[in-house]
Design a protein around this ligand. Structure first.
Ligand SMILES: Nc1ncnc2c1ncn2[C@@H]1O[C@H](COP(=O)(O)OP(=O)(O)O)[C@@H](O)[C@H]1O
Ligand SMILES: C=C(OP(=O)(O)O)C(=O)O
Length: 771
């Protein structure tokens, strides 16, 4: 029937020979296609496909104890002691001397190599922005040499970050305790902020950070001016001739969406403003996550704490290899003439907020994270201090596939001890969002908080619902409900005080998006929204949401307040309903079933769904998948640990479990049809209103699921899937096949104990298919 079945993120390691040549910048079919389409002079009415050319307790209780941080702490202490004694405040250099000794490539030498051998650069798969356009960079270099700079006549006021007048997006309330930053002078605060960024970008081998300076290099003319083009003066450089003296790392710190738009449009090919004001951009060769390229450092602690082995998403790497990749990413970022730094928060629960720093090379990535993480107020930013976790996104630059543990040119590396993540060889922005989610799946359970791969919304009476589900099952679509308050669409925490969103934005799928079917998402696609990999009409810039020619996984990332009835701050009370969304490509699961606690656990641990095409690289059609906790790709501990917490919380707060099939009906994928969204919405409405709890139920064969006989607005015959299949024999065979797959999959979990005694385990085992 054309359905394949696999365990998501099986620990089977891809062998080198399985891996296609997928270096960033290596010519792909898409790229070739885009070249053809990049000409504006195309057939009238034809769309302009722009495809890439060349392709969140308190803060973390434990302080970083890496040698680097110890070293930095010591150097900061001795620096402040000695300097305070020797220098007046205005004598102090904004950049400390001992962090200025880094030696990096200079822009000059890189540009020289570009001009000498552009094919070499192509093969090395360097950033298309910086290196595939040498003329532009040479122009800039020439202006730099001539001292004419690149000042633009912008009639806009410079942003005053300390000014109280500046309006900011809503954010988590400050809990009242300000860090020591609050007592610092503006100058010292700025200095420490730069030192913190420099420390983040420190090279491990040289143990120093680069010279960082805030602002866009293109707007500065800080080099000596030549008197005129035709008068030749001799100029002796006064700066010491070392790489670090020739090279500043220009930091574009927490830019606004408007500034990021300008950066993207000026510097990133494939960036355009669409008719609704969104920023359309391209993620390059990778248009979905690459779970097989994700690595987690296995050390003495994580070896015992994390889930390793069959079914686990955690593919190991050692500390040394992580450092190799980190160095590669940091060196790449420091070689650029500007990097973007976002300091933001995760988790709307003020007691459990995590400070994250994202260092990236693209305005697209910076705007994406601006939207997806919680945006600090100017005051919170002033007092941000040291991040709890840092992402180095050097996605334009590949990893070295000859490095141990690397099986492709893409690597997403997580080091929990260092609290760092490195991204090489993929520009798909979802990696950052979901990478941080993995971190929360590690940190939160340590505080007895359950991290959830779920959407969440709240009714007018304060009833909260959770929507668990893998990618494409409907978390975003169904949690975004005009009649309810949106808490969040994808990542949440369930603590002793209730549910909080981890993120500050939503990441909606756009394929076949329509104003009629999904008005709130449609209207959220406006100025500030990042639209990934969409196709639009050349002149009008109207997006064609039905066009899959770049990818099925077209996406919109927007701040949560773009949804009119968003619940801000994004937290709510304990959930009343826990809805497990499964997109059943076999077409045999009922559109809705009421679950008892053991059944809820059984289906939660199983995490059955069909992975729909797009989000994960290589999935071209719905593929039946078992993904524990409806998010095996992101969990870090054994699934039964999360399941035990869910059972305990559901019991304590009296939540009801539901299984909703948003997949196929009337046959499997290929013969049946996807259940109509309006019907699913009616089912969800009945769950929220409580009317479904009072309905009449009957039990299905094999899975033993309780299914309602009637729901207002839904044709009764579709409620029992057997009615929708013309081929009854085929239905029974498919039902048994799926039942068998569930049994097989659950075998790995049979020896695990859930709950204080083993009782729940036995009940859970009995809650599966019976035949
Ligand atoms: N019956 C249905 N229920 C939910 N979503 C559906 C249904 N039929 C089609 N869809 C489509 O499936 C996709 C679900 O994607 P999304 O809500 O982003 O999933 P998730 O947030 O879980 O990744 C949307 O494009 C939605 O329009
Ligand atoms: C971004 C992702 O999440 P979702 O598809 O659930 O939005 C993803 O899984 O890569």
């Amino acid at each position: 029937m054309g359905l394949s079945v696999e365990q998501e993120n099986s620990s089977v390691r891809p062998s080198v020979k399985d891996i296609e040549m997928e270096g960033v910048g290596s010519p792909s079919k898409k790229i070739e296609a885009s070249k053809e389409n990049s000409s504006p002079k195309k057939k009238l009415g034809k769309k302009w496909k722009r495809a890439a050319r060349g392709v969140k307790d308190h803060q973390i209780p434990v302080k970083l104890s890496s040698p680097l941080n110890k070293m930095l702490a010591l150097s900061q202490k001795s620096r402040s002691n000695s300097k305070r004694n020797q220098m007046s405040p205005n004598q102090r250099s904004p950049i400390s001397k001992d962090i200025s000794a880094a030696s990096y490539f200079t822009l000059t030498s890189l540009l020289a190599s570009v001009t000498k051998n552009s094919t070499l650069i192509d093969r090395a798969s360097l950033s298309f922005y910086h290196f595939s356009n040498p003329d532009r960079n040479l122009c800039r270099l020439e202006r730099w040499r001539q001292g004419t700079g690149c000042r633009r006549s912008i009639r806009c006021r410079r942003r005053n970050r300390t000014g109280s007048k500046k309006k900011s997006a809503p954010t988590t309330p400050i809990d009242g305790t300000l860090s020591s930053f609050a007592s610092l002078s503006e100058e010292e605060r700025q200095k420490q902020q730069l030192q913190s960024i420099s420390a983040s970008l420190a090279s491990l081998t040289r143990e120093t950070g680069p010279r960082v300076v805030k602002g866009d290099p293109a707007r500065k003319a800080d080099t000596p001016k030549a008197a005129s083009h035709d008068v030749h003066h001799h100029f002796t450089p006064s700066i010491s001739v070392s790489d670090s003296s020739l090279k500043f790392t220009h930091v574009l710190y927490n830019l606004s969406p408007a500034e990021l738009y300008e950066q993207a449009i000026q510097s990133e090919r494939g960036s355009f403003i669409t008719s609704s004001g969104a920023l359309a951009t391209l993620s390059g060769a990778k248009t979905g996550r690459a779970p097989r390229d994700k690595r987690v450092v296995k050390d003495a602690t994580t070896e015992n704490e994390l889930w390793w082995g069959k079914g686990s998403p955690n593919i190991e790497m050692d500390e040394q290899t992580f450092l190799v990749n980190r160095e590669r990413a940091v060196d790449y970022l420091n070689s650029l003439d500007k990097v973007f730094v976002n300091d933001q928060f995760l988790n709307w629960d003020p007691q459990n907020r995590i400070k994250v720093r994202i260092v990236s090379a693209r305005a697209y990535h910076s705007l994406f994270m601006h939207n997806m993480c919680i945006r600090p107020t100017p005051e919170e930013l002033e007092n941000f201090g040291t991040p709890d976790f840092t992402i180095y996104n050097a996605g334009q630059f590949p990893c070295n596939r000859y490095t141990h543990y690397m099986t492709s040119s893409t690597s997403i590396d997580l080091n929990l001890a260092r609290r760092e993540m490195v991204i090489l060889g993929t520009q798909y922005a979802g990696e950052m969002k979901k990478g941080l989610f993995s971190v929360m799946h590690y940190l939160m359970p340590k505080r007895q908080i359950l991290s959830l791969h779920s959407g969440s919304n709240m009714g007018k009476d304060g009833d909260v619902a959770l929507f668990f589900g893998l990618s494409g099952t409907g978390k975003t679509t169904l949690s975004t409900d005009h009649n309810r308050y949106l808490i969040g669409d994808d990542e949440h925490c369930w603590s002793d005080t209730g549910v909080s969103n981890i993120e500050g934005g939503c990441y909606a799928k756009c394929i076949d998006l329509s104003r009629e079917k999904e008005p709130d998402i449609w209207n959220a696609i406006k100025f500030g929204t990042v639209l990934e990999n969409v196709v639009f009409e050349e002149h009008s810039r109207e997006v064609d949401y039905s066009d899959k020619s770049v990818t099925e996984n077209t996406r919109a990332s927007y701040p949560i307040e773009y949804i009119p009835n968003a619940k801000i701050p994004c937290y709510g009370p304990h959930p009343k309903n826990v809805i497990l969304l499964s997109c059943d490509a076999f077409g045999v699961l009922p559109p809705v079933s009421k679950l008892n606690l053991a059944q809820t656990m059984y289906h939660f641990i199983s995490g059955y769904t069909a992975l729909v095409a797009g989000t994960v690289e290589g999935v071209k059609e719905p593929t039946a998948t078992f993904s524990a906790c409806f998010g095996a790709a992101f969990i870090m501990l054994h699934p039964t640990k999360y399941a035990a917490m869910l059972a305990e919380k559901m019991q304590k707060h009296g939540a009801t479990g539901w299984l909703v099939n948003t997949g196929w009906s009337g046959g499997s994928y290929g013969s049946g049809n996807r259940i109509k969204l309006p019907y699913t919405r009616k089912i969800i409405d009945a769950i929220h209103s409580g009317s479904l709890l009072k309905a009449n139920y009957k039990k299905t064969e094999v899975f033993g699921l309780e299914i309602p006989t009637e729901i207002e607005g839904v044709p009764s015959q579709i409620l029992d899937p057997v009615n929708t299949w013309a081929d009854k024999k085929g239905y029974k065979e498919t039902l048994l096949k799926l039942g068998g797959l569930f049994k097989n999959n659950f075998e790995t979990f049979t020896s695990y104990k859930i709950g204080k005694d083993n009782k729940l385990t036995e009940e859970i085992l009995a809650a599966g298919p019976n035949f």
